[in-house]
Ligand binder design. Sequence first.
Ligand code: ARG
Length: 457
Amino acid sequence: MAQLWGGRFKGATDDLVYAFNASIEFDKRLYRQDIAGSRAHVTMLGKQGILSTADVDSILKGLDGILSDIESGKLEITHEYEDVHSFVEAVLTERIGDAGKRLHTGRSRNDQVALDMKLYVRDQVDEMIPELKGLMKVILGIMEANVSTYMPGFTHLQKAQPVTLAHHMGAYFEMFKRDVGRLRDARVRLNECPLGSGALAGTTYPLDREYTAGLLGFDCPTANSMDSVSDRDYLIELLADLSLIMVHLSRLSEEIIIWNTNEYRFVEIDDAYSTGSSIMPQKKNPDIAELVRGKTGRVYGALMSMLTTMKGIPLAYNKDMQEDKEMTFDAIDNTKGCIQLFTGMIDTMTFNKDVMAKSATKGFTNATDAADYLVGKGVPFRDAHGIIGQLVLICIERGISMDDLPLEDYRKVCPAFDDDIYEAISLETCVKKRLTKGAPGHEAMLDEIKICEEYLG
Ligand code: ARG
């Protein structure tokens, strides 16, 4: 047991209490951020004349040594320390003597941990944005290659109107684009430095908070010291953003699972991203998509858990807030892992274009276009809707599609039909004529793709 306090205690901490209270097992991953924060703090203390240049130099050298020894594996972060902050300070003091004991001047673990978590989240956001963009690049590649790959568009999971694969994937491009935007927004809001807030009420030392904020790449110091040490809004925002990324990954996972079934066969997941069955030799299962869909729940769980943890905490720091770490780390690790695996899975997936196009010709996806054809011949839309409904029923009874219904049958129901009806309801025409902005028609789709290309740069 090694802890930073104890002077006012007569007895030793109970072993179970010590273990229950300690956070080193999970906050050890903050060592880089903790050392970076200490470097900035000490540099500022030197500039302000609070610490001597000799002490500052010795502390900085000591911290650099600790960092490189952890990175090289020479120094292990062990569990006899309460948390990562205690570990760094204890090793520093062991290595450089009394100067190490001056590191914590004008600082509390409360502003220290608030800083470490902000730095960690900022680093993670900076890694996650390019990872999301990598996924979007793969999606864009599929869009570019499939402007003329027809497939049924669905509502209620019933065939509705024909679209293209480019159009369908373009919907996901937009979702992930919003996710990137949300991460950027969160980063802007979190980029204020809590260091220098002390335990809750600032300190009596003449700290230069602007200076440390600048050294650590923050836009400014936080405004209120009580808020600074007890604000975890940015974690809740991050977890909400991660939850939405998972919503999007999970929806596409669900579609891929459906498309990969024997009944659909729209896609074939690569062997590298599939798994087999221990009993059924024929099986090739979409486990990766299923796991991504499954892991969505635990990321939502982290969000709910964090919201609940924070809801009743009086100002300022309370130990409840230590609970922010494990679930945030888990949500970040899992979301990043899912983005990475998902990118590989869809990059190697093959689309059975013929099967998709054939499916689009079935299920009367051209019924709206047939009604629009009659409107073009002067029939009011509501009447046209009824007429096409009757024709669909005839086709269902005969087991054929509208493309195969003879002209005389069309004419029996409505004399306005001519033999140009077949051209008007062909799959190509149905898609080609949808040219409103954001629609699947060729020119509209190319415009959309151009915007996506410009976005990714
Ligand atoms: N391990 C603690 C946490 O994660 C660090 C802050 C401890 N502060 C305190 N006053 N006990 O929240």
